[in-house]
Write a protein that binds this ligand. Sequence first.
Ligand code: GDG
Length: 489
Amino acid sequence: MNHLIVVSNRLPFALDSTGEDLWTVTPAVGGLVSAIEPVLRERGGTWIGWPGIAGEIPEEPFAEARRNAGYKIVPVALSETERDEFYYGYSNEVIWPLFHDLQNFCNFEPAYWQAYKEVNNRYADAIVRCAHPDDFIWVHDYHLMYVAETLRERGVSRDLSRLTFFLHIPFPPYDIFSKLPQQQRLLHALLQFDLLGFQTRRDVRNFMQCVRRVMLDAKVVPRRGLQLIRFEKREIRVGHFPIGIDFNSFENGARSDAVEQRAQRLRVTFPACQSILGSDRLDYSKGIPERLRAFRTALELHSELRGRAVLIQIVVPSRVEIPRYHEFKNRIDRLVGDINGRFSTSTWLPVQYHFRSLDRDDLLAHYRGCDIAFVTPLKDGMNLVAKEYCASRIEEDGVLILSQFAGAAEQLKPDALLVNPYDIEQMADAILKAFRMSEAERKARMKRMRRVVRDENVFSWVDSFLKAGSNVGSRPQRVSKRRRATFAR
Ligand code: GDG
């Protein structure tokens, strides 16, 4: 297999300054890292990305983190302005809200686009510095959609045989995508990759519809399996590759004594109650206020839940530098205060709210110890929390209430209780249904969901993407000595 080069906005660890010349190295959490790290550790390869601090990268601590990685790490440095305009700006104030169908949250500041292109150019530089013609280049996510364009502008991509891209977030329908001032330039840039992977069939459909409507020179060839687009004398393949999780590591982790003890502590904290778990990054796409309102409505309408159900809501701090995220947190705080103020008794607090990240064992203990998972994003590329909950239910019980707009719904829909996260009353009814669900039904549903999560795991995701990618793109042309010198300097 060819050398794998993974390119993502962030490296699998972040450096953080804790004072003058004092640094901490924190492993990144989340889907991308847990998916790709084991693959790179096992077969070797290179990871290109930003270590999470603006300005110069401190040599000593970085070198140490790099040594511990077990594969090659290539850093990309960003200045403060670049971080603000590329990362917080175009990536997180334009693409993120728009691609989650939240166009009113977008800030279409023109300077952001310029910064986006420049920083993508920087990542392309890093690729050119370390890639060889036969390498498999796998670019990840919405921050880096312009990378292949800059590689082609420089002419180096002719020598790269496999230039592939995976989008972790949803791709919006045409009516929403067309609000983007750079719609044509962005689609043009995406069509410079040889393989484009999306999470779901719906994302592929949306993307193909946008290509048809916007890129009039592109020829879309309908096909079963991977879709084909002919554009500027090249062939581009497009497919859906639903990301999975490392099922065994969650299952085994959930079985450990430490997790069992913590889960047991959690259960005895709420005697005679069913516990409902929400766990998300602080993000307006995750539907946290809507979920709290649904719980409030459920308590208002169904007295049997009072004193007998608790909502444990974990919110992991994220992007707090963006003002909208700060306001959003205040909204959550107020809702929690309102519910607890109205309904709590001397022995029962309806919402247990934690604004912090849990360590892994604690997270697993919550998955194991909570009777119901309440996962209701307004829109989500996949949503790994839903899958992690199923993998951790080693007794094969528990109920999953899942938003119909999470990518995971495509795989789990027969057995999860699907809800529209904008429909507060429907969500309140789903809480009651989950609360009343018989043991036998819980088990039958969870068993089937666990089978899907086990079979369509992260390793099969990586394999299927690499397999699809190994058949795309042109075979590398014979590379002249002079051109070879532009690579791998
Ligand atoms: C993007 C897309 C797509 C959660 N609480 C804690 C904690 N977590 C971990 C979970 C999970 C990850 O964070 C969250 O993953 P999601 O998939 O739910 O969401 P995003 O971060 O928005 O990820 C998403 C994903 O990319 C992969 O393609 O599914 O749609 O938006 O892994 O375990 N981790 C720790 N403490 C917590 O309290 N340590």
